[in-house]
Design a protein around this ligand. Structure first.
Ligand code: T46
Length: 141
């Protein structure tokens, strides 16, 4: 599946920890946008959509968050609970974020500016477009 965990290098010294994220070393795409999600109740599920082109890296900079990534062919659940790990999510991957712990903060690094027309928010429409997309990108299923 076109989604995978990325290990970020931590610079540790007596003062604490620092993680640099730079293009192209840690980031596979030039950064166009950053946003973060926080203050989410534990019983809330966010996401429920796919993007046609957007690439993103999701990092739980505090607390823990579960992320379900799926295609019509496979599904994985990732626990994000470590600021030194990112979850890369490529195009045409359905995502749901849930089980936010108290104080969880989800930082997202995005390859493009916000564009609502890049979203597929209806799952039946997603399945239709994804089936065509993955015919040509079988390695990303
Ligand atoms: C994603 C997951 C991980 C903006 O105005 N600008 C932005 O950059 C974003 C991301 C959102 N918005 C507006 C659109 C909605 O009115 O903020 C509101 C909440 O967005 P949404 O319902 O899409 O939030 P999530 O948490 O379901 O999804 C977000 C991202 O939208 C999405 O790209 O992959 O986080």
């Amino acid at each position: 599946m076109n989604s995978r965990t990325i290990d970020l290098e931590v610079k540790t010294d007596g003062r604490g920890k620092l993680i640099p994220i730079e293009y192209p070393t840690q980031l596979g795409f030039p950064l166009k946008r950053v946003y973060y999600i926080y203050d989410v109740d534990n019983d809330i599920v966010r996401g429920h959509h796919s993007h046609r082109n957007l690439e993103q890296i999701l990092i739980a900079v505090n607390g823990s968050i579960q992320v379900r990534v799926k295609t019509p062919f496979s599904e994985e659940i990732h626990t994000l609970d470590d600021p030194s790990k990112g979850l890369y999510v490529g195009p045409m991957i359905w995502r749901e974020m849930f089980d936010f712990s108290d104080g969880a903060v989800l930082l997202v690094l995005a390859s493009h500016e916000y564009d609502e027309s890049d979203y597929i928010r209806d799952y039946e429409q997603y399945k239709k477009e994804a089936t065509t997309y993955f015919e040509e990108h079988k390695e990303q299923r």
